[in-house]
Design a protein around this ligand. Structure first.
Ligand SMILES: [Zn+2]
Length: 257
């Protein structure tokens, strides 16, 4: 008789022992859950470096982001299921934990028009700002996710995930319509609740949208546009022309551009 010696058990123990030293922390996301994350290790830092070096489009950059977040989340939560803002919030917390600091230096160029004799020219003054990632927060959602179509029918929406927000262009009516429909989580008729993916799919549902009035659709679009994003207000003054600028960073791309 022989038996097969199982190496994987011992190796699992090894990875467990190695992981026990990696710093972890908790992040509270928009639905109130507390997610445990760990710091990035060499594998993830490599991924990040590759993504930064390559001139990746925002879609590809988000793939890397999701991959890193998935590796660093210790709970049973998938990055691809998270609304954009939550994914971004988790990512900057992983970033802070891994780098051991929360400050990132950024530079802005003043584009104030300055009168020069009879002509105008762009100021071009440099403004150096230190962003403190600890102070970044999720913008607050104000619109309710339940929309009444009439006295008997109400629809409940979910937040779009990052991939959806990149794929669909919220500025075009058709994309906004499709995105809103994808985000229908359930429909209540009188007291009965129909659940997406279980009681209906989007293709079958589409033929019913003709019954919705423009007011309903507008409310759906408002809810989608109200999705919380990583936010950071900055006030700065141009050292060259003295102009006071105030801008608000919205979304992770604004932070790491
Ligand atoms: Zn200036």
């Amino acid at each position: 008789m022989i038996y097969r010696y199982d190496m994987s058990d011992k190796l699992n123990k090894l990875s467990e022992a190695l992981e026990s030293n990696i710093p972890t922390t908790k992040v509270k996301i928009s639905d109130g859950r507390e997610i445990t994350i760990r710091s990035m290790i060499v594998g993830e830092l490599k991924l990040l470096l590759l993504a930064m070096e390559g001139e990746s489009k925002s879609g590809e950059w988000y793939d890397t982001l999701q991959e890193i977040v998935n590796k660093c989340i210790k709970d049973d939560v998938k990055a691809e299921d998270l609304p954009t803002g939550d994914l971004e919030l988790i990512y900057i917390n992983i970033h802070m934990l891994s780098k051991g600091k929360s400050i990132i230096p950024v530079k802005y160029i003043c584009e104030e028009e300055i009168e020069n004799d009879d002509d105008f020219e762009i100021c071009g003054g440099e403004m150096k700002v230190k962003l403190d990632l600890k102070k970044a927060y999720l913008s607050e959602a104000t619109i309710d996710n339940v929309i009444k179509v009439n006295d008997r029918v109400a629809i409940k929406l979910r937040r779009p995930v990052a991939k959806e927000q990149i794929y669909y262009d919220a500025d075009t009516t058709e994309d906004m319509f499709n995105l809103s429909c994808r985000c229908i989580q359930s429909i209540t008729i009188d007291d009965e609740e129909l659940v997406a993916g279980q009681d209906f799919d989007y293709e079958k549902l589409a033929s019913f949208f003709d019954y919705f009035d423009s007011d309903t659709f507008e409310k759906m679009a408002d809810y989608i546009n109200d999705t919380p994003l990583l936010t950071y207000p900055i006030a700065m003054q141009c050292p060259k022309c003295g102009k006071k600028h105030s801008i608000v960073l919205k979304g992770l791309a604004d932070f790491f551009e």
